[in-house]
Design a protein around this ligand. Structure first.
Ligand code: FMN
Length: 275
């Protein structure tokens, strides 16, 4: 079968007509990445965060925490089914209205006054992110249900999340899907393949273990970091694999911590402790 795969677009951080206001508030509870300075304007092009009714809302919460703490601008759209999952996983009711939802997500992320967050009601297909003329960095759908995977693969846009994702594909922008289901049926796999062929990046919620996770947050953050890597965004503390320093380690099976480099200095431990 002929592959329809398109090259994954490189990030373009050229100035745009997006607001350039800088947040002037105090640091959030999360230390910033060394490369992140409050003077850097990450708000030029917002990242769309789509949240569906798949299990694992914590993935979206952790992503939001790190992105807002690093002053990114986020356009968030949660599907209708997300409300039920919030209730099931956290016994919480997510507000429908945009401003109340913003407060809700900020509270869950633990970042009250950094970054820019705009939440869109799931049915508002007239929102900015429903149009290709609204420029973005692309869209991350995390966690992504098999229902949304199927609809996106079929080109359906029955709510704002699906429309925004469809727009990213048609505009040749980044669309990163973090599917959450197990096991996958053949239909799921075919739909994911269709999306990959259309240019989407599939980053399954499958953590690695070589970074020596000490907490559930470490496992979650690995997936979050790898998903954000697709946008060249590096704001999550992650011990990145640096390769074997000595072949002897292969024989002993012993992994020295010096072979792992924490991408956010000295924050991984405090992050785990906060956990
Ligand atoms: C508590 C809960 C957990 C769910 N977890 C998943 C999941 O992990 N993956 C999935 O594909 N669907 C899951 N579902 C089913 C979806 O929510 C359902 O298919 C819904 O129609 C998805 O709609 P959406 O894709 O528009 O959010 C879950 C439902 C509930 C209530």
């Amino acid at each position: 079968m002929t592959s329809l795969a398109q090259p994954f677009h490189q990030p373009t951080d050229q100035p745009t007509d997006q607001p350039t206001d800088q947040p002037t508030n105090q640091l959030a509870d999360q230390p910033l990445h060394p490369s992140v300075s409050p003077s850097v304007n990450h708000a030029q092009r917002p990242l769309i965060l789509g949240v569906t009714g798949a299990s694992g809302l914590i993935y979206a919460v952790r992503a939001l925490k790190f992105l807002l703490a690093a002053d990114y601008a986020i356009e968030l759209v949660a599907s209708k089914s997300t409300y039920m999952v919030w209730q099931a996983e956290e016994n919480l009711r997510m507000p429908v209205e945009g401003l109340q939802q913003e407060q809700f997500w900020r509270q869950q992320a633990g970042v009250s006054d950094r970054g820019q967050l705009r939440c869109h009601p799931w049915g508002d297909v007239g929102a900015n992110i429903a149009s290709g003329s609204f420029r973005t960095r692309g869209m991350l759908v995390m966690p992504c249900s098999m229902s949304t995977v199927g609809k996106l693969a079929a080109g359906l846009s029955s709510d704002l999340l699906e429309r925004a994702a469809d727009v990213q594909l048609k505009e040749g922008r980044k669309l990163v899907i973090v599917p959450r289901e197990t096991p996958f049926s053949l239909i799921h796999l075919r739909n994911l393949t269709t999306l990959a062929e259309a240019g989407a990046r599939i980053v399954p919620a499958i953590p690695a273990w070589y970074h020596q996770p000490q907490s559930i947050e470490d496992l979650i953050d690995f997936v979050v970091a790898r998903a954000l890597d697709q946008f060249e965004i590096d704001c999550v503390p992650l011990k990145r694999w640096q390769g074997h320093l000595e072949t002897g380690h292969l024989e002993t099976g012993h992994l020295e911590t010096s072979q792992l480099e924490t991408s956010q200095s000295e924050t991984s431990q405090s992050e785990s402790e906060q956990g």
